[in-house]
Design a protein around this ligand. Sequence first.
Ligand code: UD1
Ligand code: MG
Length: 475
Amino acid sequence: MPEPVLHDLTVVVLAAGAGTRMKSRRPKVLHEIGGRSLIGHVLAAVEVAGPRQVVTVVGHEREQVAAHVTAVAPHAVLAVQEQQLGTGHAVHVGLGAVSVERGTVLVAYGDTPLLTGESLRDFVAEHEAAQRAVSVLSGVVENPFGYGRILRDEDGEVLGIREQKDTLGDEADIREINSGIMAFEAGFLLDALPRLGNDNHKGEYYLTDLLGMARDAGLMVGAHVLDDVDQTEGINDRVQLAQRARLLNDRILDHWMREGVTIVDPRNTWIDATVELACDVTLMPGVQLLGATRVASDALIGPDCTLKDTEVAAGATVVRTHAELAVIGADAQVGPFSYLRPGTQLGAGGKIGGFVETKNAQIADGAKVPHLSYVGDAEIGEGANIGAGTIFANYDGVAKHRSRVGRHAKTGSNNTFVAPVDIGDGASTGGGTVVRGQVPPGALAVSAGRMRIIEGWALAKRDGTPQADAARDAE
Ligand code: UD1
Ligand code: MG
C-alpha cells in the first residue's frame, strides 16, 4: 500500500520590519482593525490552511510584538531577526527556530489583514497539487509601484520576480505583482536559502530571488493570480489602515446579511470579525458590535449602540445603549440612553430604561429598573420594580458593598439604598426613602419626614412677586 500523503505545512509570518510610515509608537502589526491586530488577522487566517507549525519572525520592537503574538496565538513559535537583512534572511531565521525537513513552507506578512484563510488554503493546495518548488500569490493592480513584478515569457510561463528598484527596461510597466505570499517545497527552500546573494539595489537577501533560482534548476514554479487584489495589499500608513478597516467591515457585514441579519445602514454599522450573530437580528443605523459580542435571533439593536463583549438573547431590544461585558436576557428591553457596565446581567423580560447606569448588577427575570437610576453591586429579584431616580450607594469612600432587593419588591421613587441593604421579598419603600440595613419581607419602609402645610406662606413671604400674585388669583 502506498504511504498516505500527509499535509505537512509550516507557516512563516514575517513581522520584523519597522513600519515607519505609521508614525506611531505602537508597532505597525499591532494596530487594530475589525477587532483584531493586523498580525492577529494573519495568524487567524493561516490556521485555515491547517499548519503543523507557525513561526513568527520579530525584530523591531520585538518585546511588544512577541508578547502580543504569544497572547493571540500561544502555539506560534517566535524567532528573532536581529538585523533586517531582507525577506530571504528573515525566512532563514524563522526556519532556524523550528524543525522542517519536508512538506510545504508558506510565507506570509504580518501586515496583510484582509487575506482570507480560504485564499491561503487554496493557494497551498494548488502549490502542492502542481508539485511546484516555488509558488507565488500574485495580483494585477492599477499602480504596481513599489512591488516586485512577476516576469513571464511569451507563453505566460513564470520566469522570476523583479523588485521595483531592480527593474530593467519596461519591466516597471508590468502590473502583475508579488503579493509577498509565497509557498515553497521545504527541501528546495532549505537547500537554496543559504545560496541567496544580496547583490541588488537594496543590498538585501531577497526571498523573491528563489523563484528564478528554482526555474534555472529546472524545477516547477508558478503564480496563482488572486482576483480580489484587496486581499493581498498590506498596510503602511493610517490612510490605508482606515481604508482596509472599511473593506474588512464591508466583508463582515456582507457575510452577516447573507446569514439573515438585517442591517439597515451598512455605511454606518461596524462589526468586529470576532462577533457572532443569529438570523433575523436587526441592526439599526449607528451600531458598533465589538469583541466577543453575541446576538441571538429576533433581537433588535440600535439605533446608536456600542456593545462590547456583550451577550444579547433572543427577542431583546437594545436602543441607544453603551454596554460592556453585559448579558441581556431574552425579550428584555434596554434603553434609550442606558449604560451597562461590566457584570450587568438582565434577566428574561427585564428592563433597564432611560438614563440608567448599572454595574455588577444581577437583575432577575421580569425585574425592572425603568428610569434615571444607578444600580451598582446589587442583586434584584424576579419581578421587582425599582422606582425612578434610585441610587444604590454602593461605595462608602473606602469599600464597595453589595445590596439585595427581593422578589416582587416595589421600591418608591427617589430612594437611596445605602449599601449593604437587604430589602425582603414582596417589601415596599415609600418615595424619597433612604434605606439602611434590612427591610423585612412584606414590610413598608419610609424615612422621608411627614409633610407639613404652612397656609398663606407665599402671600406672607413673597408678596409683590408673580408667585404671590398667582396665589392670590387662586384664592
Ligand atoms: C516585498 C517583496 C515584493 C512584494 C512586496 C509585497 C521581497 C524581496 N520583496 O517587498 O516582491 O511585492 O513585499 O508587499 O521579498 N521583513 C522582515 N525582515 C526583513 C525584511 C522584511 O521581517 O529583513 C518583513 C517586513 O516586516 C514585512 C515583509 O517582510 O512584513 C516585507 O518586507 P518589506 O521591506 O516591506 O518588502 P518590500 O520591499 O515591500
Ligand atoms: Mg512592503
